[in-house]
Design a protein around this ligand. Sequence first.
Ligand code: BGC
Ligand code: CA
Length: 374
Amino acid sequence: MKKKLVSLLTVSALTMAMLAGCGNAAADTATQTAETAETVADTATDVAETATEVAETVADAAPAGDLADKKVGVCIYQFADNFMTLFRNELESYLVSQGFSKDNITIVDGANDQATQTNQIQNFITQGVDVLIINPVNSSSAATITDLVVGANIPLVYINREPDADEEARWSSNGWNVTYVGCDARQSGTMQGEIIVDLGQETVDLNGDGKIQYVMVEGDPENVDAQYRTEFSVKALEDAGWTVDCLDDQVGNWDQATAQQLVANMLSAHPETEVVFCNNDAMALGALQSIEAAGRKVGEDIYLVGVDALTEALEDVIAGTMTGTVFNDHIAQSHGAADAAINYITGAGNEYYIGCDYVKVTTDNAQSVLDSLK
Ligand code: BGC
Ligand code: CA
């Protein structure tokens, strides 16, 4: 499993200069990196690497006898989230494969309410679980959550919603058994932008005015994934020397139906839209419904990108009804979180940040990504 220790300096340097896409006028004139040769070969390598990492992880795992009586509490911010559903199902089956008893794994639904989740954490503490894996409802509540859990002397693995740099710095400076397992959302935003850049400006600039007219559909703005994807997708176009024109930028809260409504309105107000950026695939699927309802055709008179590589989105990329997506590796992340939990239980300990890579998905490699997930 790849582990990247991000230094405190790096972490604070990364502290968000978050701007919504619109109003971000000045286009950076940076040289276009030669990213055009992202192909099936890369994907095959990435998938093979993941498989190797998983195999190594399995080999590293503690003997089943040590884990069978250990209790794991898992808090998910909201069960009604397509991506987190894939994540939690994989997490549970992997924990069982590593020797935990299914009866000792409790996974609870925070129902997108921090007060509910905080109660659930308190209940887990009262029950005396051996480790907690938490996908916070509000990343900004992480300090409170950490204090509660560390105060009860229980190791803590954060997943999916990364706490801010100040919070992460507290774990290392206090030597606490707290870590974050996840991918760097800036990478996913950059890859979304590169998928568009790789098509070539003449292709994407449908009205030939020398600018790319785009709309942005954002996830929950509390979530750093939404902030970074919004910023870095557009930045990739600017870094390629393209001029962008943000027509609208709205919050779709990671939700398909919300995004469908937003994009319907956006397309009727701005028929000149050339690119629809969605911070995740659920919202891209909603956007596609409205694109089709407006009589538009992805790949011909509009371009659409998401993130996650949900099965349905991969099928759309293969069919050409989505331009591309970015694989948000729920397998590597859930296994990494489980491995970190095991390392705390066995006393091996963990670094304070455990990263993984996103994978760019276009028509070239969508089928092989889909096959690798079966
Ligand atoms: C995923 C979204 C998901 C969100 C939940 C993101 O990394 O891309 O699909 O809704 O996490 O926090
Ligand atoms: Ca244009």
